[in-house]
Design a protein around this ligand. Structure first.
Ligand SMILES: [Fe+2]
Ligand SMILES: [Fe+2]
Length: 158
């Protein structure tokens, strides 16, 4: 199926961001593992894998629309040197992603591409859940203090 005006470009921008966050979250997860924060490690690693699934959906959809997925481009990977810095850097990425997807949805409505619109609407829900989880972590750190928060992260996931 031929793509509507601007849709491939839009999907490639989203793909670039997905590929970027896969790397950022993956390294953050591995740093947490190295620090002994087992719970955070698993959670952030799952988020990285989730973004990989998003990349897969976007790539499949670009090919379905007879476009070429751009795998060459990578955005800026922002690595936090502490857990709060990591959370903040990831939150920034998630917010940027929601903005990009929301703009994409608006564009899809304009050019009457309802399948891409639907795909983005499904994806944006997951990204909003990511934002919610990260905001909860930052809020918990504020409430219980960083030391208490981190001591909970050392415990093994049941
Ligand atoms: Fe994603
Ligand atoms: Fe996300």
């Amino acid at each position: 199926m031929k793509a509507k005006v601007g849709v491939i470009n839009l999907l490639n921008k989203i793909l670039t961001e997905e590929l970027t966050v896969i790397n950022q979250y993956f390294l953050h997860a591995k740093m947490c593992k190295n620090w002994g924060y087992d719970r955070l490690h698993h959670h952030v690693l799952d988020r990285s894998f989730g973004e990989m699934k998003d990349a897969q959906v976007v790539i499949d959809h670009i090919l379905y629309l007879e476009g070429l997925p751009n795998m060459q481009q990578l955005g800026t990977v922002k690595i936090g040197e502490t857990v709060p810095e990591q959370l903040q850097a990831d939150l920034d990425k998630e917010k940027a992603m929601v903005k990009l997807m929301t703009e994409g949805i608006v564009h899809c409505v304009k050019v009457s591409d309802y399948t891409t619109r639907h795909m983005l609407e499904e994806m944006v829900k997951d990204e909003e859940e990511h934002i919610d989880w990260i905001e909860t972590q930052l809020e918990t750190i504020q409430q219980v203090g960083l030391q208490n928060y981190l001591s909970e992260q050392i415990k093994k996931e049941e």
